[in-house]
Design a protein around this ligand. Structure first.
Ligand code: SAM
Length: 285
């Protein structure tokens, strides 16, 4: 059966449902993508009308599970290790050393780091590797570090927990980091890279929907990365999420967004700081 067209009213229904549930906003230019993904799931379910599928997702007892499957098709979970190099430079040269120094002065040894929208885990593991790089072998063991990776996609979280990547996934990683923090397995076309145990042990993954204000339980974070997540959201929602994230920072903590993802952000107690070629936000009170 050929794919029927998504009418204007059906498109609006789906666009609003998706935006309300997960923040993704399908502009008219992405209508075709939305339609193709809906149709893919409808064929699996043998449903012929977009409106019937809408009712299935909303009211059928299996609707919740179906929504998860559809969501995995709609989300873009593209990621890479040390993706935005200037952010990691700022983190390793300025942010972590300053935070660790301040903690030492207060006789504290814990660090809380959060990758919000962690996709398949590359960002969370990169943050744990960055900590190892800064602390070095003499100091790593002195610190209690917890890196949380959170995402709305269960499929991504499964891959993240697995911590196994294809050679093409680690290609952009600086070679010394790859040598130190990944172990190689398999041969030729079956080769794979596993995140090394000392890094993996610092990281834990959890399901969390950033558009649900009740789900922000990760408080008192020293560092939050939320990069390349908000780009598909509407401007007002981006600001709401960034404000929620700011409230999850501990005093002195830093928020890293991707460049130009949120423009003109201004929130009490939060100071923009330029570090290296990165703009980060610090909670100052
Ligand atoms: C393009 S990836 C970015 C991954 C990583 N932060 C990076 O910069 O490489 C975007 C991720 O955001 C997640 N995401 C989208 N909407 C979300 C929401 N409402 N709550 C939590 N995660 C969400 C997606 O599932 C996806 O894994």
């Amino acid at each position: 059966m050929s794919r029927p067209d998504l009418s204007a009213s059906e498109y609006e229904l789906w666009r609003d449902l998706v935006a309300q549930r997960c923040g993704l906003y399908f502009t008219p230019s992405r209508k075709h993508f939305l339609q193709a993904r809906l149709w893919e799931r409808m064929q699996q379910r043998q449903i012929k009308q977009y409106s019937d599928y809408y009712h299935f997702v909303l009211y059928n007892p299996q609707g919740k599970r179906e929504w998860g499957q559809l969501l995995d098709l709609l989300l873009n979970n593209e990621s890479s290790f040390f993706r935005h190099a200037p952010s990691y430079k700022a983190l390793q040269r300025h942010v972590l050393p300053a935070l660790m120094q301040a903690k030492r002065r207060q006789k504290m040894n814990h660090l809380a780091i959060w990758s919000a929208g962690c996709a398949n885990g590359q960002e969370a593991y990169s943050l744990a590797m960055a900590f190892h790089e800064v602390a070095g072998p003499d100091e790593t063991w002195l610190w209690q570090v917890k890196v949380w990776g959170s995402d709305i996609s269960r499929q991504s979280l499964r891959k993240a927990r697995n911590g196994r990547y294809r050679p093409c996934d680690v290609r952009t990683m600086p070679a010394p980091l790859r040598r130190n923090y990944m172990t190689v397995g398999g041969n030729g076309r079956d080769a794979y890279y596993d995140v090394a145990e000392p890094v993996k042990r610092l990281v834990q993954f959890t399901e969390l929907n950033l558009t649900n204000p009740d789900s922000y339980w990760l408080t008192a974070q020293d560092v939050i990365f939320c990069q390349n997540v908000l780009i598909y959201f509407q401007a007002a929602q981006r600001i709401e999420i960034v404000e929620q994230l700011c409230q999850c920072l501990s005093p002195g903590g830093y928020l890293f967004l991707a460049p130009a993802e949120v423009v003109g952000f201004n929130y009490p107690g939060i100071k923009p700081v330029r570090l290296e070629e990165s703009l980060v936000y610090q909670r100052v009170e």
